[in-house]
Ligand binder design. Structure first.
Ligand SMILES: Nc1ncnc2c1ncn2[C@@H]1O[C@H](COP(=O)(O)OP(=O)(O)O)[C@@H](O)[C@H]1O
Ligand SMILES: N[C@@H](CCOP(=O)(O)O)C(=O)O
Length: 292
């Protein structure tokens, strides 16, 4: 039996649609796998009623199929599904790492990212790897068709999750298929600024680079109260705010020790538009961890 904890993640970070991602210290999924003749899945924890136990429809089951590693898989959900916090990716990443260990497959972490991305394809329609990469590798990650680059980074974060459901599959439909040259130039500038900030552990630079652009900003109207929540977070000291993944979570980058006031400002702003929410005061953290 092997048990793995894989963290929630936040993808896109404004300028890096389908490219950038970061691991959060919390929340996380815990997945336990045991060898079996055929794959079965049991789900407990937050939002379990929305998660299929049919292995063909669960990201962890798809990973078991990809690795040809049948198992009884127990998933304890800490990351709410359809949260914009990489819920489906956390299970896929944890299952990939756990099954690789259980069956001694010998895959490298980068190879596991590609396997776990197939689990994501089953639920979102496309094998985007920007959540599974940080869920496996930790820190800040940059995913391209050829490579996955990981940077250890330490930045204070608030991830505010409203009681709104946004499916990644649906939210991918609102993203524009093309951008103009002005937008492209701005996006490159933001992406470069954010990346430099990650290398320097500098919340000011990361926040500056976090601006939503026309791709990721297209999701803002799906989140009731988004503009007010962003303004409140910035007034409370956040250095930058963006839609987390496909939403509805909102990500705020904070200065050292600034998470408390930013979290309460974001919760108040959601409350003012009658939306219940919870705020994770966290920071960029580690990837999947094996427990023996
Ligand atoms: N192990 C899993 N954990 C969470 N969601 C899963 C899992 N397997 C399949 N799903 C499905 O994936 C969808 C949630 O994924 P997604 O929309 O990408 O949300 P998130 O942004 O939280 O990752 C839900 O429809 C859920 O039923
Ligand atoms: N790049 C993807 C990221 C989806 O993240 P999730 O946490 O909402 O699943 C996208 O923007 O569609």
């Amino acid at each position: 039996m092997v048990t793995v904890r894989a963290p929630a993640t936040s993808a896109n970070l404004g300028s890096g649609f389908d490219v950038f991602g970061l691991a959060l210290e919390r929340p996380a999924d815990v997945v336990r796998v045991e060898r079996a003749d055929e794959t079965t899945i049991e789900v407990t924890g937050v939002g379990r009623q929305y998660i299929p136990e049919n292995p063909a429809k669960n990201t962890a089951g798809v990973v078991a199929e990809e690795l040809d590693a049948p198992a009884h898989i127990e998933i304890d959900k800490g990351v709410r599904p359809s949260s914009g916090l990489g819920s489906s990716a956390a299970s896929a990443a944890a299952a990939a790492v756990a099954l690789n260990e259980l069956y001694d497959c010998g895959l490298t972490p980068t190879e596991l990212v590609r396997v776990a991305a197939e689990g994501e394809a089953a639920v979102s329609g496309e094998a985007h790897a920007d959540n599974v990469a940080p869920a496996i590798l930790g820190g800040f990650t940059i995913v391209t068709d050829e490579d996955v680059t990981q940077v250890d980074a330490s930045i204070p974060i608030v991830a505010c999750l409203p009681e709104i459901v946004v499916s990644t599959r649906d939210a991918r439909q609102v993203v524009p298929q093309s951008v103009g040259i002005g937008e492209l130039v701005g996006t490159v500038g933001d992406a470069a600024t954010l990346t430099a900030g990650m290398f320097r552990d500098d919340p000011e630079l990361v926040g500056k680079g976090l601006r939503n652009n026309s791709l990721t900003g297209a999701r803002e109207p799906l989140i009731k109260g988004f503009d007010a929540v962003r303004e409140s977070a910035l007034s409370a000291g956040a250095t930058g705010v963006a839609v987390s993944g496909a939403g509805p979570s909102v990500l705020a980058v904070c200065r050292e020790g600034g998470q408390g006031s930013v979290a309460s400002a974001m919760l108040d702003a959601f409350f003012d538009v009658d939306v219940e929410a919870r705020a994770y005061q966290t920071s960029i953290g580690d990837g999947a961890t094996i427990f023996r």
